[in-house]
Design a protein around this ligand. Structure first.
Ligand SMILES: [Zn+2]
Length: 453
């Protein structure tokens, strides 16, 4: 008896303390499946000025974080890759939406980078691959990075967005859900990431404070209603966990004549001083100076504009988790919220944008979750999106690759972490214990779980 109790105690304690995966018993995964949906550019408060009955229902049915903080840089590919790897941007190396080469001066834009493994595969292993290597079946549906190979390995199934893919077609959104439900229910996939390009697109084109944006949020809400119905139709309600999240928020671009816009050519001669640049792309930019010109550029930009901050690479705040990567260029410029970094002329047409400091509330984004392993009606405190990775590993029973996240920010959302351990212990102990011994162990473990959960 004491042996069994001790075993129970240490298995539970070890499991919780180390956040390690539980064993997958002879190929039969005892863990539930996981669907992660990203709605690009879904600012944390987009559901607060529009009627969203399905999102509201999910608050009752599952977990809502007040908001989550994306990594610095608040940009699509860097942020999505932080979510799927659990690594800061300086560690995973996808430092911009644009793939670039400062030597050849080549620039490849966001959607064209999706099959470019040399941009994504920098040593940080995304969860699809780690999970596959531990026996799970995974898929990526349009999720950034899903189309690349990692150490030569492709995701089991990856659909990559075409350059001309329509971002806003509600019928197609539903068809994509049906496809993914089929992967789970008919093909036994364990982990799927599903990406939608809205409300980012409407936020850029029309602005975040518009009726057009509200209409897209209502479309997303209807799509979530369709998802809930599809989960039921495919009999997945009790075996599928769902996380709904995003990569960054959105803010209204400040323009002339309301403000004095940032135009770097007012302060430096880009032709003479700059060898390579990533500018005119929201609130974040990078510059590679010509030989011997770094100090001149830095000094010229240092107090050039009250809403512009310039960093030499070595001075980038540690809290950005950026400076260590070789792809970060010698000069980094960041605009205050709403101030885009223009290079030579003010032709920027977007009404909304991101890329600004991740501490700004307009850059914060959403986290929702529901399913058999999540508590109901649970409001979580804000956390960094880098912490989604260990949560996904926990839900799938995958031993995590090295990462910068922590389960401590999310484990209270879960109903199951002690109980699954308990079931495993019972399974192991069942052959040797009498019914009265089993009952005693059950009660002891329940009391133990009540104290630690
Ligand atoms: Zn995005």
């Amino acid at each position: 008896m004491r042996t069994l109790l001790t075993l129970t105690f240490f298995v539970l304690l070890g499991h919780i303390a180390n956040c390690k995966a539980l064993p997958i018993r002879s190929g039969r995964n005892i863990f539930n499946k996981l669907l992660v949906i990203s709605f690009d550019g879904f600012r944390w408060d987009y559901d607060q000025d529009v009627d969203t009955p399905n999102l509201d229902k999910l608050v009752q049915e599952g977990v809502k974080a007040k908001y989550i903080t994306p990594p610095m840089i608040t940009m699509t590919s860097p942020s999505h890759f932080t979510t799927i790897t659990g690594r800061w941007i300086e560690d995973h190396g996808v430092v911009h939406n644009i793939m670039f080469n400062t030597t050849t001066k080549e620039k490849i834009f966001h959607k064209e980078t999706q099959n470019c493994s040399e941009w994504w595969d920098n040593g940080a292993m995304p969860l699809w691959i780690t999970a596959q290597n531990q026996g799970l079946k995974t898929a990526s549906f349009h999720y950034p990075g899903g189309g690349a190979n990692y150490s030569g390995q492709a995701v089991n199934r990856a659909l990559v967005e075409s350059h001309t893919h329509p971002d806003s077609n509600e019928t197609e959104w539903r068809e994509n859900i049906d496809i993914v439900m089929g992967w789970f229910s008919q093909e036994n996939f364990d982990f799927v990431t599903l990406y939608y390009g809205e409300p980012d697109k409407v936020g850029h084109r029309k602005g975040p404070e518009t009726e057009d944006r509200k209409a897209v949020i209502m479309q997303i809400d209807r799509t979530i209603g369709y998802l809930i119905e599809a989960i039921r139709r495919h009999d997945l309600t009790h075996r599928l966990n769902v996380i709904i999240t995003s990569d960054h928020g959105m803010t209204t671009v400040k323009k002339n004549p309301e403000v004095n816009e940032i135009k770097l050519s007012n302060y430096i001669n880009l032709f003479k001083l700059v060898d390579f640049e990533l500018l005119d792309y929201g609130g974040f930019g990078m510059i590679t100076p010509k030989q011997g010109k770094e100090e001149e550029i830095y000094r010229s930009l240092l107090n050039a504009h009250p809403n512009l901050t310039v960093y030499r690479k070595q001075d980038i705040p540690e809290s950005f988790h950026l400076a260590k990567n070789s792809r970060i260029q010698p000069i980094v410029v960041v605009g205050d919220l709403g101030f885009n970094i223009n290079s030579r002329i003010l032709i920027y047409v977007n009404r909304g944008d991101h890329g600004f400091h991740n501490g700004e509330m307009d850059m914060k984004t959403i986290f929702r979750a529901f399913g058999p392993d999540f508590k109901k009606n649970y409001l979580a405190e804000p956390f960094d999106s880098v912490n989604i990775y260990p949560l996904m590993c926990k839900l799938l029973g995958v031993t995590p690759a090295p990462n910068n996240g922590s389960l401590s920010f999310t484990q209270d959302m879960l109903t199951f972490h002690g109980w699954v351990s308990l079931m495993v212990v019972f399974y192991l102990a069942g052959g040797n214990a009498s019914r009265s011994q089993m009952s005693f162990i059950l009660v002891a473990a329940m009391v133990f779980c009540m104290f630690i959960m």
